[in-house]
Design a protein around this ligand. Structure first.
Ligand code: IVH
Length: 668
């Protein structure tokens, strides 16, 4: 439960803040507050009202749609456009479902699970198959007419395939592709790019005299006038009429299936091509919806399960300039740490210097940081209204910050004109150092000589040096040349951990290199590791895993050249992971062949949340699944288990009581 405010003044101030943020949210082009902060503030307002209902004004943002922030406009909606209540975890979703069941006096007959599109709600009226009017949600009762701009939205056709009269409700948004095109148009027109796809969609939808037409997309999630069938069928009909809709969404029988569908949406979030901020769960049958009804703000038959926000705001402490292995020079943002989808982010990419200037970002600014899936977080823009007085634009470097050489600015990605040779001196000395490959006799002067002669630019080139060539250099006799070549060649048998140390993978040092090498055993396994695989290594969190994966991808060509020259790429101390380690207890949820059992947990296991139940399955060596089929090996049945337990019995799948499962967990 969120912490209530303890004075009426603090409570009123929070309401004012929420209203202002909501106005900016719907008005574009900037966001006043990021979603996570907004939701947290709303939760505190609701918690305060629960204890002090006497403080609550009639138009509290917890009661009214859009927190009073939408521009009301003069198009009155045929029925109010409501909002949705939010849940953030499985337990609260369980409570919502239990409440709905109480309201209905029986379980609901099926739920749809749809993406919660991160855009703007609109109502579109079709008369005899023609699009006649589009309005924003506004204050929920009446909205603004945006027919002109909305007509351009892909998925909202001018004409339907049948001459029906209906009202379609859904979300106008920008896909990732739309957003890129929109920002290209905007910067070409001399305006700073939009910071966020939603504010871009808001700005575009309400734009009046623009010299360019940024692309928009539409997806319907509701319709009136198509009869009284289930929601899933109405969405399919809408799709057949030519409107992009949520048709094809899963229809789930109960909470376990809902949670599996929500999880599937969350897992696929990065691959949709547009931003979603959660899943929307709705009773599919009109009879259930009618019976459950709505409050003044939101229906009781539907709920939004919000995902952690992928965009947040934080302060940009500084901009550093990094020179990569190939001489590419990039600005990197140093951030006040901020948590984004469960990860603490401390730095982000700014792509290139043109981009930095275009995005009009300065040290000291409050910036939008986006982290989508397994990519390095990026800065998408600054909140210009919060720019500190006296801030100055960032001055890009005039010369290479590493070697003071000239900078080639002919491409978007600036590069030191010395290319790979720019950082070669440091990289080679690091490679040869005692704690890395331990190549005796390869000192700074000699490195300078071979680099200047163009013989060596990366560690793999060292192995091509021969004694005759080296002996030709100043202060290098035949004997010392032969000794050095021998030292270089014998370094080939060093363990993989030292090769990794020598390559200087960012965010790793000696001990992390050893851990990586021991965990994966050989370079092929390490290069094939996903970000999730990397996180299995002790001390590797999500941010480090992303960097290591990106570094290894960049180093792959050098690694391949080292391997071609016979450098060892295996770790003698390899400790295979305990799939079934000899001598230790076998994992209880493994099959005889060592592969994981497919396990479904239904109902509650004492002492565990649903997610912990699934984690426990994995800890015991199994693979958790959301639905029971012939392929299921085991069903754990706890209190409140429903149709899945019946199905397990029907299919003859092994069933285990939750208490037995809990005991099993205690035994390992
Ligand atoms: S149903 C009466 N379905 O989320 C229920 N809304 O936070 C109306 N949204 O106002 C909403 N995707 O703007 C519904 N699949 C979806 C949605 C969705 C996005 C938006 C919509 C709504 C807001 C509530």
């Amino acid at each position: 439960m969120a912490e209530p405010f303890d004075t009426p003044a603090a409570y009123d101030a929070a309401i004012a803040q929420v209203r202002q943020a909501a106005a900016a949210y719907y008005g574009g082009p900037d966001l006043a507050m990021d979603d996570a902060d907004y939701d947290a503030l709303m939760a505190r307002i609701a918690a305060t009202e629960a204890g002090r209902p006497d403080w609550k004004p009639e138009d509290s943002p917890t009661e009214v749609v859009a927190a009073g922030g939408g521009v009301a406009g003069d198009v009155v909606h045929s029925e109010p456009m409501l909002s949705l209540d939010n849940v953030f975890d499985a337990d609260t979703l369980h409570r919502w479902a239990a409440r709905l069941e109480r309201l209905l006096g029986r379980p609901a007959a099926g739920f749809t699970v749809e993406p919660k599109i991160d855009g703007l709600a609109i109502a579109a009226r079709y008369e005899e198959g023609r699009l006649v009017q589009v309005a924003t949600r506004g204050d929920g009762r009446a909205g603004e007419d945006v027919t002109g701009q909305a007509r351009r939205a892909a998925g909202l056709p001018e004409r339907l395939t049948e001459p029906v009269t209906i009202e379609v409700r859904g979300e106008v948004f920008m896909t990732e592709g739309d957003f890129e095109v929109a920002n290209g148009m905007r910067t070409a027109a001399g305006e700073p790019p939009f910071a966020h796809p939603r504010s871009a969609a808001a700005g575009t939808l309400r734009a009046q005299d623009r010299t360019y037409d940024a692309p928009l997309s539409f997806l319907a999630y509701g319709v009136q006038g198509l009869g009284d069938g289930p929601h899933s069928a109405a969405m399919a009909t809408l799709a057949a009429l030519g409107v992009a809709s949520t048709a094809g969404m899963p229809v789930c029988a109960g909470i376990e299936e809902i949670l599996a569908a929500v999880e599937a949406l969350r897992a696929g979030r990065g691959t949709l091509g547009y931003g979603i901020d959660g899943a929307v769960i709705k009773a599919d049958q009109p009879a259930d919806r009618d019976l459950a009804g709505s409050s003044s703000r939101a229906p009781r038959w539907g709920i939004a399960y919000k995902f952690p926000a992928d965009t947040r705001t934080t302060r940009l402490k500084a901009i550093e300039v990094q020179v990569g292995r190939t001489g590419v020079i990039t600005p990197v943002a140093v951030l006040e740490p901020v948590q984004i989808s469960g990860v603490i982010v401390t730095s982000a990419t700014l792509h290139n210097f043109d981009d930095l200037v275009r995005r009009n970002v300065r040290p000291g600014d409050t910036v939008f940081v986006r982290r989508a899936g397994d990519v390095i977080p990026e800065i998408t823009g600054a909140k210009l209204d919060e720019r500190p007085a006296g801030s100055v634009p960032f001055e890009p470097p005039a010369r290479c910050p590493r070697c003071d050489g000239e900078i080639d600015r002919t491409q978007k990605r600036w590069r030191c004109t010395r290319g790979r040779a720019c950082g070669a001196h440091e990289a080679l000395l690091y490679y040869a150092a005692r704690d890395s490959m331990d190549i005796e006799g390869l000192g700074g002067k000699l490195v300078d000589t071979v680099v200047a002669a163009g013989l060596v630019t990366d560690p793999a080139d060292l192995y091509d040096l021969d004694a005759a060539t080296l002996a030709g250099f100043e202060r290098m006799g035949e004997v010392s040349a032969a000794k050095l070549v021998a030292a270089i060649q014998s370094s080939k048998s060093q363990p993989l951990s030292r090769v990794l140390t020598g390559l200087g993978v960012r965010m790793t040092g000696r001990s992390m290199s050893r851990r990586l090498a021991r965990h994966f055993g050989a370079i092929d396994a390490l290069l094939a590791a996903t970000v999730a695989d990397l996180q299995e290594v002790e001390g590797v969190g999500p941010e480090r895993a992303v960097t290591i994966a990106a570094e290894l991808a960049e180093l792959r060509p050098v690694i391949e050249r080292l391997a071609e020259r016979g450098v060892n790429m295996a770790e003698p101390d390899f400790q295979p992971r305990p799939s079934a380690p000899a001598g230790s207890l076998p994992l209880p949820l493994r099959k005889e062949d060592g592969s994981p059992m497919t396990v479904v947990v239904t109902g509650s296991v004492p002492g565990l949340t649903r997610n912990e139940g699934n984690e426990a399955v994995e800890r015991l060596g199994g693979k958790s699944s959301g639905s029971v089929s012939k392929k299921t090996d085991l069903v754990v049945v706890g209190e409140g288990a429903g149709s899945k337990a019946d199905k397990a019995v029907e299919l003859g799948v092994r069933v285990m009581a939750a208490e037995e499962f809990a005991a099993l967990l205690r035994s390992v």
